[in-house]
Design a protein around this ligand. Sequence first.
Ligand code: 5RP
Length: 267
Amino acid sequence: MDWGMKNRISRIIRPDTGRTVMLAVDHGYFLGPTSGLEEPGKTVAPLLEYADTLMLTRGVLRACVDAGTNVPIVLRVSGGTSVLKDDLSNEGLTVSMNDALRLNVSGVALSIFVGSENERQTLLSMADLVDEAQECGMPVLAVTAVGKEMVRDSRYLGLACRISAELGAHIVKTYYCDDFEKVVRNCPVPIVIAGGKKIPEKEALELAANAIKRGAVGVDMGRNIFQSDHPVPMIKAVREVVHNDMDAATAYDMFTTLANETVKAGA
Ligand code: 5RP
């Protein structure tokens, strides 16, 4: 692997812990003004210092994130669908590699839709993106299993993750499931998990802790952080789970203590 690729990957996955807390705020690319992201700049600003990586679209990056930030960016480069249409799988590439380089990002992300009507189109898009990305040392993050129609079990997720890796993705994002260790074992590149829809903080921390225990290198979490009533305490607790193997119960105690302090301080 060339130096540039290694360097960029080390900006996404921290070399000292081998783990990462990615903050995902790209939801608007098909959902529009998602709850909690109505004003993405305001949502992201207090969280930035606790995120190892920020995952978002180029529009929000350019308009809402200070170009002086040191936080490595993983840029979503797929889209073309909206929540108004039934088929979310009909995606194509939305950003050129040149623009990704101009934006100085540390990685590019696209969704693949294994088992959907547009399986072939999204997998071939990924292969094309990997070809271009290889040329400039840009890691590709494959996002698997977005959408409602697929059963998110270890068989399906294992298939989607393995295909992503086989076609050249450098990191794969998927969902936690029973037998998750099997999904990890069968995927030769690092896996991060999405948080999914908002659940109580205790459960989200359990989800993260279970994924880490079973081999995920981190989280690429959005709604369970930015839709929390206390996003900063939540991302701090998630960091402890991911980087310091804190157990979920202790992390939840930490979250409630920090949240109470925030309320007392009137913040
Ligand atoms: C949507 C995405 C999101 O970034 C992903 O789902 C992570 O966010 P959340 O933790 O809210 O599920 O890739 O396509």
